[in-house]
Design a protein around this ligand. Structure first.
Ligand code: PRX
Length: 666
């Protein structure tokens, strides 16, 4: 066999296996493959009984449930529907009077390195006070609150406070634009916004409140009655009288006690927007009961969380990983966790390793893009290589958000984990609520680049277009054959799209379609994700729809006549955005002019969606390659983007000269 030439090929020939060490296996919550298989067998034998047991063990119910799964209105599944609970009480109140009460809940490290710690008791008091503040302003159960906050203790407090009073939060990542914020405010029908005056990233002070102001001026946001502002920095910001209020004003005189509001298990805890294959982002609606069950259980299983662990998930609260593995799961499990405000490369690219040493981090969970960029940094600067820090506290490593190439996996394993720490490559999605396919550190033999096996109770499979199971070794579409408690409940306000996107008729209308391709290995049946099968891109672990970026480009009506966006592989970001653009003016003949136009378009996209959506490559042509029926030949564009030789039939092209034009990147 030829030596592997690309990440994909090297995955195909991957045959290294790393079984768990005796020591880890012995002490683990799920011990050995026998432990894993016993749980799978339990779920297989009595599916509802299995989930009911986990729901009773992992969740504190204020009113116990008597029904488990209600499939009567599939695919609008309901779990534990007559039970009641409060998510915040499940993260905080339940620890009071236990050994966890005075344990550190959050070790916060600010961008500038300043460290603040809060105990579970202190966190409860802050959440309760914040909840009282919200209540005093009229925010109540069922209201939607948009949160646009930096990674801070206050961000977690805001989410928990909403949960405490039964308000549904919708967190928007602080890198999204005013337009994106406005669209989400309108779609979710928010009555309040929680934000900060500024955020600190990499030593820079970046505005948040000013972006909210812009968003609110764009129209359709009349429902927003309040904007609550965390004064993260001393810098001034503009305040609208009667609408805007600082945290200090909101909290003044409020008690630090607040009874949690019991909500039905199906009450929407949050709505989180994510990209789909059509233009508009989808408001993924999650439940309270099923979600909390899996948030806690997966923290305990996947990370084998023990009372002495110091957990660190580097994801922002604006993404699902930051919801489940920062704001809810670790707290429900009573863990001590690190919350980091800044970026991995400031003030130097050894910041992660320095922080692991400083705080004695034991379980570290990050994204392949971060690992790849830190590998690159340490190759050019020895001083930021992990070997310069004492990482002996680490016992488990995790990866999330995109496929991890075996080269990055091996580097992480050797240089960060000292060949001692298992790596859990966790596959899941915004819609899943928590981990789906992942190794268990004390059970699963690891294969670099493979997310291995589904968690017990997750009935994942690989099928063809008509739903037939594919044999091991043959690729197909990843599906989940049975509903599970933490799954998406609806697309906010768009049940038809929910059904169409996730439960297509071709598969019988009840099977969850993940939107990813996957293949199982012939020897172990391990899953390997081969990438999205729809028009969704994954850039640095951030999910983006090609159509979303196309709509942003064509909305620059003075310049752009037509646009098509595809992904191409990128060594650092996994995938890179490549935009093909037809201008409303002649093709720029001067390369400098082309570059200036390309930059103008990049900045436009940043303004429309956010900097993460800026196309890396922009290519101009007099038109786009189309079939006779007028459909854009996307496969051809993907080949051009990759710089591949064109093997497709191009005889139908009216103007073959465009292939050369589109070959040039600006
Ligand atoms: O393509 C898969 C990829 O990320 C997508 C989900 O993105 P999002 O909803 O933003 O959630 C990311 C964090 C949970 C999936 O459809 N993906 C996620 N994790 C992995 C992955 N691809 C391969 N391996 C993973 N471990």
């Amino acid at each position: 066999m030829n030596a592997p030439t690309s990440a994909i090929e090297s995955v195909l020939v991957e045959n290294r296996v790393f079984p768990p060490s005796e020591a880890i296996q012995k002490a683990a919550r799920v011990s050995g493959m026998a432990g894993y298989e016993a749980l799978c067998a339990e779920a297989e034998k009595d599916y509802e009984g299995y989930w009911a047991r986990l729901a009773r063990e992992n969740v504190v119910w204020s009113k116990p449930f008597t029904q488990v799964l209600d499939e009567s209105n599939a695919p609008f599944y309901r779990w534990f529907a007559d039970g009641e609970l409060n998510a915040s009480a499940n993260c905080l109140d339940k620890h009071m009077g236990t050994a966890t009460e005075h344990k550190t809940a959050i070790i916060f490290e600010a961008d500038d390195g300043q460290v603040t710690k809060v105990s579970y008791r202190e966190l409860l008091e802050r959440v309760a006070q914040f909840a009282n503040g919200l209540k005093a302003q009229g925010v109540k159960k069922g209201d939607r609150v948009l949160i646009y906050m930096p990674m801070t203790i206050e961000g977690v407090v805001a989410m928990q406070a909403c949960a405490r009073i039964g308000a549904t939060h919708s967190v928007v990542f602080g890198g999204f634009s005013a337009k994106a914020v406005q669209e989400r405010i309108v779609d979710v029908g928010a009555s309040a916004v929680i934000t900060a005056n500024f955020q600190m990233r990499g030593g820079k002070e970046l505005p948040l409140k000013a972006i909210v102001d812009d968003a609110l001026q764009m129209g359709g946001c009349e429902g927003v009655k309040h904007v609550f502002v965390y004064e993260r920095t001393a810098s001034a910001y503009s305040k609208v009288a009667g609408r805007d209020m600082s945290f200090a004003e909101l909290l003044a005189g409020q008690s630090t006690e607040c009874l949690p509001v019991a909500v039905e298990a199906e009450h929407p805890l949050f709505i989180l927007y994510t990209s789909g294959s059509t233009g508009k982002p989808k408001g993924v609606q999650h439940s309270t009961g099923g979600y909390m069950l899996w948030a806690k259980q997966t923290v305990e299983w996947t990370f084998d969380m023990q009372p002495s662990d110091v957990f660190w998930c580097t994801a922002d609260i604006g993404w699902i990983t930051g919801h489940t593995y920062v704001a809810y799961g670790p707290l429900a499990a009573g863990a001590t966790q690190i919350v980091f405000e800044g970026v991995p490369t400031f003030p130097h690219a050894g910041r992660f390793w320095e922080m692991i040493e400083r705080h004695g981090c034991t379980v570290f969970y990050t994204a392949p893009t971060a690992i790849r960029s830190l590998i690159k940094a340490s190759e050019t600067d020895e001083k930021v290589h992990p070997k310069n820090w004492n990482l002996s506290s680490l016992r488990i490593l995790g990866s999330v958000g995109e496929p991890i190439n075996p080269e990055a996996w091996m580097w992480y394993y050797r240089n960060v984990g000292a060949e001692r720490c298992p790596i859990v490559d966790t596959f899941w999605q915004t819609e899943n609520g928590g981990h789906m396919i992942t190794p268990l550190p004390g059970a699963t033999p690891l294969v670099p680049g493979s997310c291995t096996l589904p968690l017990p109770g997750i009935m994942a499979a690989i099928v063809d277009e008509t739903g037939n199971d594919m044999p091991n070794g043959a690729g197909g579409m990843l599906v989940v054959k049975r509903p599970w408690p933490s799954m998406i409940r609806n697309i906010w306000g768009d049940p038809e799209r929910f059904k169409k996107s996730y439960f297509p008729e071709e598969l019988g209308g009840k099977t969850y379609l993940a939107g990813d391709g996957a293949v199982r290995s012939e020897d172990r049946g391990y899953f390997r994700i081969t990438g999205r099968i729809d028009d969704v891109l994954n850039v640095s672990g951030h999910r983006m729809g090609t159509m979303e970026i196309e709509s942003a480009l064509v909305s620059k009506t003075d310049l752009v006549a037509e646009a098509a966006v595809v992904g191409r592989p990128d060594d650092l970001t996994g995938e890179a955005i490549c935009a093909f653009v037809v201008l409303k003016r002649p093709l720029p003949s001067d390369p400098e002019e082309a570059k200036a136009l390309a930059n103008e378009l990049r900045n436009w996209v940043a303004k429309e969606i956010g900097p993460i959506a800026k196309p890396k490559d922009i290519r101009f042509g007099e038109n786009l390659p189309k079939t006779r029926s007028g459909k854009i030949m996307r496969r051809l564009l993907r080949s051009i983007a990759k710089g591949e030789a064109i093997t497709q039939d191009t005889s139908t092209l009216e103007n073959p000269a465009i292939l050369e034009q589109l070959g040039k990147t600006h």
